[in-house]
Design a protein around this ligand. Sequence first.
Ligand code: ATP
Ligand code: MG
Length: 375
Amino acid sequence: MAQKGCCRSAGRKMSQSDSVICTGPDLEDSLIFLAGTSTCSTLAEEPCGGVAKRIFDTSDLSWTPDFDSFGRHAIPVIDEGRFTLDHVLRPFARGSKAQIEILLDHAAGDMKILAKRFPCDYLQDDSASFHHSNPQSAEDPWTEIFLGLVLGKQRASREQDVVPVVPSFGVYRDLQDDVLLLMEWSPGGDLFEISSSLGAPGPEREETATQLLCALLEAVTRLHCKGIAHGNICAENAILRVVGAEVEVVLIDFAMAVHDTDLSATMGPRGSLMYRAPETVGDNAIYDARAADLFACGVVGYVLATGTYPWQSTAGDCKAFAYVQKNGPKKFFDKRTITMGTSKVPVSQVLSARLQSILAPLLDMNPAERRVLWH
Ligand SMILES: Nc1ncnc2c1ncn2[C@@H]1O[C@H](COP(=O)(O)OP(=O)(O)OP(=O)(O)O)[C@@H](O)[C@H]1O
Ligand SMILES: [Mg+2]
């Protein structure tokens, strides 16, 4: 079975025995709900629950930063007495530049919220000084904080036409001058974790996988409609959000996002090896960042439906990817096998014609083909 796709998570194996963060009845019900939904329509229009709104109301709604003037100086100091650390969800030690923490918010009845902690030394003072210190970095944590905050605040304040992202509760500096991006904690887990719990490939798994893929595509296309491309779509950067009886897929981790520019002429490397659209590979590549996001959605859809990655990398010497490049996704589905019990079965016999007809254009080498689905 394949390794987890995002570089920083490499080494983790995908297997049927992997458990999700929350395996309680809520998640199981949600997946049944998803499986019962038969179209690509919105899964949940309700932006957030009453509790999230309540704690969000205590922050400064009038502050609307624009990216060019956004930096450490604009970030308020946290009220230290309000939050205590419950546990660390993902420590720095796994090679990440940021730590993921679960805090108790005493002003909201000890509700658990998630904080992404960016250390002072890594972050620098603003986007310009970050890039000066990290000239090779494909990521910009200031972009992540800015978009996480702006889109997440719109989400939390229930504005119309919002992008499905995790609601944000604000961004603060602590006494060490680390920056904390506070957001709702969705214990439903990310799509990688969910993929590991979906059971053997087959009609039941496929039904849920298709709904999750459609919900992801909806989130991504709504983001594109706002003039933003995500740049690092992968199963780990999409979260299952459960609010009461409603379920949706929301986006996180905007560190490679493209915004305030022409999305059709983007430059620079983005995304992890398995998810990178082929036209983005190469030092001088100029590409449409929206089409690249759609390719990555296709890889997520394949992972959800089969429990394996289609290839190890879209750059360099990967035989599986070389085959797709030469023959196209449909022939690849005929050639590629997955292990079912003791036998190896071609993907084209495991997945329905319907799902193959969604995945094939998304995974097409020609970026223009990927957008056909949405016109
Ligand atoms: N709001 C959230 N609710 C639930 N889980 C989350 C949430 N935010 C992050 N996570 C979990 O933490 C993981 C890491 O988060 P994130 O993608 O923001 O960090 P990262 O990939 O290390 O980012 P970076 O590359 O910027 O350091 C996610 O894949 C997901 O499993
Ligand atoms: Mg991530």
